[in-house]
Design a protein around this ligand. Sequence first.
Ligand SMILES: [Fe+2]
Length: 269
Amino acid sequence: MDTIKISPGKNNVGAYINDINLNLLNKDLIEQIKNILKKFGVIFIKKQNIDSNAYQAFAESIGQLVEYPRLKGLENFPYINVLERKPTDKSLAFGGSWLHQDTSYLEKDRPRFTCLLGIEIPKGQGNTIFSSGFNAYKKLPDEIKQKIKNAKGIFSSAGPISKTRIELEKRAGIQSSKVMEAEHPIVQEVNGQKSLYVSPGHLIKIKDVIDADSDKIKKFLLDHVNKDEFIFSYEWSKGDLVLWDNLSIMHKASEIKNCTRIMHRITIK
Ligand SMILES: [Fe+2]
């Protein structure tokens, strides 16, 4: 079979996969998509015309689906969570304001991938903002790489991002769960490349930094991953499918106002 065509996202964050139809999946195509995902961390597939069956089938070809208790599932598709923004909503969007890596506060069995499908997209707003941990690590000064080579981050569900989450859970009638905390190396080896894993929305402390003040290093790293040169603000169209690996890619929602936006989300192990 032909090799599928890709083009880089802005600032080399992820890759677009062009000219494919996810209704026509086959083993070879899935293998190619998986390899692109491994290499780039996030893939953007524009304007697909897929129903929930095809969406779920695609997600299943990537890995094991996970129920995500913080959001409600779609009827008959418990693994498809609905992220809905209404014109009357005043607060930030779910996951807004802080770059983060989903569920970094879990010690074991962190769901690895997050997939979003654009169902209803407002014009000119509601971008999702990505930053690549691969690119951020590569551009670190060698001196910093040395200092953080054994460092671990402490990630908490009560980190800076939690304010938005708690508000949204209240609105959805979901009871806020207990605080979860986990420790992970902040330099992760992902498919043969090093990635900076600092989930700014959840990181509360860094430990085991060599020869430096850990709070200063923390601030440096958080400023670093937020630099324009690592950011891709992705503008959605209806039917776009975006899939990312939470070990290598950080994301956040942007602020939206006075509009409806519906995304279908699947979490994958
Ligand atoms: Fe998120």
